[in-house]
Design a protein around this ligand. Structure first.
Ligand code: NAD
Ligand code: DAU
Length: 333
């Protein structure tokens, strides 16, 4: 089976490429990635010489480049490529619209022209907005609240339209928050771990009572594998673990694992439009035979250890400039 993995140089895309190569000896992979600030080929240095792996630099919104890469006998497209950071989308939505909406459309159009076997859209629970109690189901209405989630929702709607209108065999997945090795140190968990390793404080937005649901890399890769194997065309699958924590609870766990206390917390002004709570109902996926295996605190410990052992990886990415920039925009507490 020949896969086109877009955004494969990013956090979860690179982890999933390694998972496919390790678990499916017949899998061949073309990694198509623009290499934005979040794309890093070092994430895949262990597989770069694998004869079943190839990297092509390109933009999913570039119709010519996408059509060319599709000529390589692609059978399945998995679209991980996206602008992914909510804070960046608040500062400037344009790149988000270009990649997450226009890029998705461009890929869909190329996939339709080549009559591929399947197109999988990697999307987020954030398209459903905030849920004060209960859980999102696959039928919950889209109520995106940030330019990031609105852009993802736009892309997801196009995927649905290509299934309904043209019969393109598509699947959409809505996942909760990822964490684990190779996550860019702008997202909560890697930002906080690396700040603490640098002897800095961790910036908790608002009162820290916002709730997120978390999935570790290995559980996510198995979930997507299950969907690829047993999911049905035209369907939508939520991916969730029910490991739900307030940001403050999570911060306290990270502090504990690192032998520190709440003196390292700095409360900063809240993110504009900050969703209060995400909670994903993943019963439909569980019916396919998947369940999370890694306990949340164990996953967090493995993540802390990985960042401790891979200081050169994150130090080079973490110039500190983006943090200063955000502080300037939102102000300091
Ligand atoms: P990431 O930000 O780590 O990496 C994104 C990758 O996409 C990078 O390699 C980047 O270079 C590439 N890219 C960006 N724009 C591109 C373009 N126009 N053309 C080609 N490549 C481009 O991403 P991540 O956090 O691993 O997220 C992967 C996917 O999963 C995204 O679609 C995201 O919306 C979705 N998702 C993320 C999370 C999360 O917690 N991070 C949760 C649910 C869903
Ligand atoms: O829910 C899935 C989504 O999870 C993905 O679709 C996104 O791509 C991914 O970035 C993530 O979005 P979040 O906004 O939930 O992730 P982030 O790590 O930016 O923030 C997690 C929570 O922590 C959120 O409530 C905001 C808060 N936060 C974040 C940062 C970066 C802080 O309190 N301080 C911070 O410095």
């Amino acid at each position: 089976m020949k896969f086109l993995i877009t955004g494969g140089a990013g956090f979860m895309g690179s982890n999933f490429i390694r998972y496919l190569l390790d678990n499916y000896p017949e899998a061949e992979i073309v990694n198509f990635d623009k290499l934005t600030y979040a794309g890093n080929l070092e994430n895949l240095k262990d597989v770069k010489d694998n004869s079943r792996y190839e990297f092509v630099r390109g933009d999913i919104a570039d119709a010519k480049a996408v059509a060319e890469v599709m000529e390589r006998g692609i059978e399945v497209v998995i679209n991980f490529a996206a602008e992914t950071h909510v804070d960046r989308s608040i500062l400037g939505p344009r790149d988000f619209i270009m990649t997450d909406v226009l890029g998705t459309y461009t890929l869909l159009e190329a996939a339709r022209n080549k009559e591929i076997k399947r197109y999988v859209q990697i999307s987020t629970d954030e398209v459903f907005g905030s849920v004060e109690e209960g859980e999102f189901s696959e039928q919950s209405p889209f109520e995106p609240n940030s330019p990031y989630s609105a852009s993802k929702a736009g892309g997801d709607h196009m995927v649905r339209a290509y299934w309904k209108t043209y019969g393109l065999p598509t699947i959409v997945t809505h996942s909760c928050n990822f964490y684990g090795p190779y996550q860019y140190p702008e997202k909560l968990i890697p930002l906080f771990i690396t700040n603490l390793l640098e002897g800095k404080k961790v910036p908790v937005y608002g009162n820290g009572q916002n709730v997120r649901e978390w999935i570790f890399v290995s559980d996510y890769c198995r979930a997507l594998d299950t969907i690829l194997d047993r999911g049905e065309d035209g369907e939508v699958y939520n991916i969730g673990t029910a490991y739900r924590k307030t940001n403050l609870e999570l911060t306290q766990l990270v502090l504990e694992l690192m032998g520190l206390n709440e003196d390292s917390i700095e409360y900063v002004p809240d993110r504009p439009g900050h969703d209060q709570r995400y909670a994903v109902n993943s019963e439909k996926l569980r019916q396919l035979g998947w369940a999370p295996e890694l306990d949340f605190e164990q996953g967090l410990k493995e993540t802390v250890d990985w960042y401790k052992e891979n200081e050169s990886w994150w130090k080079r990415l973490k110039s500190g400039e983006y943090l200063k920039y955000y502080r300037k925009q939102y102000g300091s507490a």
